[in-house]
Each structure stands twice: as structure tokens, then as C-alpha cells.
Design a protein around this ligand. Sequence first.
Ligand SMILES: *Cc1c(COP(=O)(O)O)cnc(C)c1O
Length: 427
Amino acid sequence: MELFNLKDPSEVVSFSQAVQQGLGKNQGLFFPKNIPTIDDIDSFLAKPFNQRSAELLGQFIGDEVDAATLQKMVDNAFQFPAPVSQVSDNVYSLELYHGPTLAFKDFGARFMAQCLAQFSDKEKITILTATSGDTGAAVAHAFYGLKGIDVVILYPKGMISSLQEKLFCTLGENIHTVEVDGDFDSCQQLVKDSFDSTEIRDGLHLNSANSINISRLLAQVCYYFEAIAQLPKEERAKAVISVPSGNFGNLTAAVIAKAMGLPIKRFIAATNVNDTVPRYLKTGEWSPNKTIATLSNAMDVSAPNNWPRIEAMVEYGYTDKALITGDSVDEEYTQIAVKQLNELGYVSEPHAGVAYKALKRSLADDEVGIFLGTAHPAKFKESVENILGTPVALPKELAEVANKTILSDELPADFEALKAYMIKKLG
Ligand SMILES: *Cc1c(COP(=O)(O)O)cnc(C)c1O
């Protein structure tokens, strides 16, 4: 598989290089030179999820990974379903939150972990990442127990919920969690300083497991096929997909799926009040505002870093911008949506609420809508309980960790301290 740098098309890399480097020169994103197409969609959709996913990824990756190995990687990564649940006559929810950290990021993070383990089998590598909550949990679980990989996760002391902390700071083994005396920005600064230090970067073979990694994106394409496969055949070509978006990786994956031949009629780019993309789609002007905190906080992003990939697909003729409409849902309507879904007998949370509201505002009678459930309601228990006024039960994944001991180490927000820690633990 060949990929090129969107900022400098003369930089061409293989899949394994793209996965290991994350970003290209000038911080450019990698993008496939060719998007493969599936000829017989109906029979492809009839296959089981993991088999279909391995075949789909194989179409991209080519001979860099043999089919049996790729199947094993997919089986290790996708150990939970992506069910479509009917909410009303012509509206469905694609539930992407049945993985170990109860959010869709499990799909991408786990496949990326499998890829890094596969490609770096000769030398030990260290994943270093900063988190304000969700990403850290997905990364920790994805790499937990993988041979030859150590993971160091930095998070700001006292700034993440106790349940969230329990979810990724109780694993142990190759997962090292560090509570930093500082805020999220200082954690990110420590990560940057570590990558700038030759001693740490080369000595410990650092990798960032960044969210813009191409392996994550390709893994996410797979569940759109799984979603359409679960619709009755006569509804497939009428499908409108509403994606609750922050960095726009999830929407990028949906657009790639359609470019491969998956029958999707059109897309809705649903955001909260951080509405850079909906405004851009209306006016043609890219003007990010200051980021505002909302109930759907995983989407509090005003400069989405995957958008250039969507622009590239428009530019190279893989999609038409007219197929993507934007909608920004404010806090009041987010809460109304969560209530309306509850009245339909469906418990959701604010991210899905944004997607549902945007879908309902736009769906025509002859269309079928799918909105993405990106997180389990229990993950946003407090907001959901406030909105609905009724308790939300903890699923077993969260109930099980509630009594476990936090294994984190504590460090000041100081690079020398982190360096000494890493060398002692991993060097
Ligand atoms: C990350 C995240 C999103 C946003 O996804 P993008 O791919 O960044 O657009 C939406 N919902 C939840 C729960 C998330 O964790």
C-alpha cells in the first residue's frame, strides 16, 4: 500500500511506515494513493464482521501483511460487536460503545495497537501519550499485555473523573500511568519535550499512537459496512448517516466507506456549538472560534485535524462536498434530543444526542437515518442522570473496576523528572 503526504505529495510511504511515523513532513497527514472499490457489495455485506473487515483492510494494505496474519490482528482488535438498534420507524442507532472502554475509539486504538505490535517486532517500543480522559483509556486497553510495547500515559492530577481514572490506571503490567501535577497542556508539553529529546526518543523508541494515525481511520471504515449490512436490503441505498464529530476522523472513515462502494446516500456532519465545519460548509470560510466546553465534551474541538483528508477526497473526486451537510446542535437541543430518545425507550448520552437531533432536522420521509452512538450512556452518567432525572446503571466493565486500586505514579510537571522516571522504568 502506498500513501502520500497531503502537505507534500512527493513524500510517499508504505502502510507500515505511515503507521509507525503517524505524521509526515510539515505535520502532513498521510492518505492512500488509491481507494479500492468492492465490486459485489451484497455478497460482501453478507460476510461475518471480522472476516469482511480483514478482507476490506487487506484491499488497502496489500501484500505488506499476509491474509492470515491480518485476520488474526482483526480478531484480536474487534472482540465486540457493532450492533444497529432500531429507535423508530426509519431511524437506527449504530452502537459503537461495546468495547472495553465503552467508546468507539476502542475500534481504532485496538487495531493500531495490533499494527504497531506487528511492525515493530524486532525492537521494544514505548508509546507515550497525554490524555484528558478518553483517549488514554482506549490506548491503555488496546496495548495492554502486548509483547515488546510499553505504554506511558500522562494525565492531569485531579482533572479526570474517578471512574475514568479507574478504567485505565488499574491495569498494571506494561501500562504505566502517571498523574502529573499540572493541567492537560503541561502533560502535552511533556510529551513534546520527550519527542524533542534524542536520548528519550531514540533510546526508548518512542511512538505517539496519535489519533490521526492512518491505521485507526481504516479500522473505522469497517463498522460502516457492518452498519449497512444490518439494514434490510431495500433500505440500504436510502441511508443517511449522522456522525457526531470533533476531530472528524469518524466522518472521514464514513466518506471512505462510500468511496469504496458502500451504499450510503449522504452524510450529516453533526457538531455541538463548536461549529467550525458546519459554518465552513455553509459559507466556504474556515474560521475557528475559541473552543467552548459542552455536554458532549469529546467533540469540543474547533480546529478539527482530520478535515484535510475530507478536502482531499473532494479534490481527488472520491466524493462530492454536496453529499455532506453540517449542523450545529446547541446545549438545549442536545438535552432535548436525549429526552426524546428516552421517550422512544432508548437511553443515550449527549454525543449521540447531537447526532440524533441533526438527523431528525434533516431526514426526509423517503430516507432511512442512522446516527452513531459513540459512547455508552454510563460513560456520561452524570449528565444523563441530570437530563433524565433517573439513575443510569453501570455496565459490568465499569462496575468491575470501581473497586480496583489505582496504580499510577505521581510526578511534577517537569521534564527532567519524567526523563528520570522513564529511564528507570523502561531503559
Ligand atoms: C472522539 C469522540 C467523538 C468525535 O469523534 P471524531 O472522530 O474526533 O470526530 C465523538 N464522540 C465521542 C464519545 C468521542 O469519544
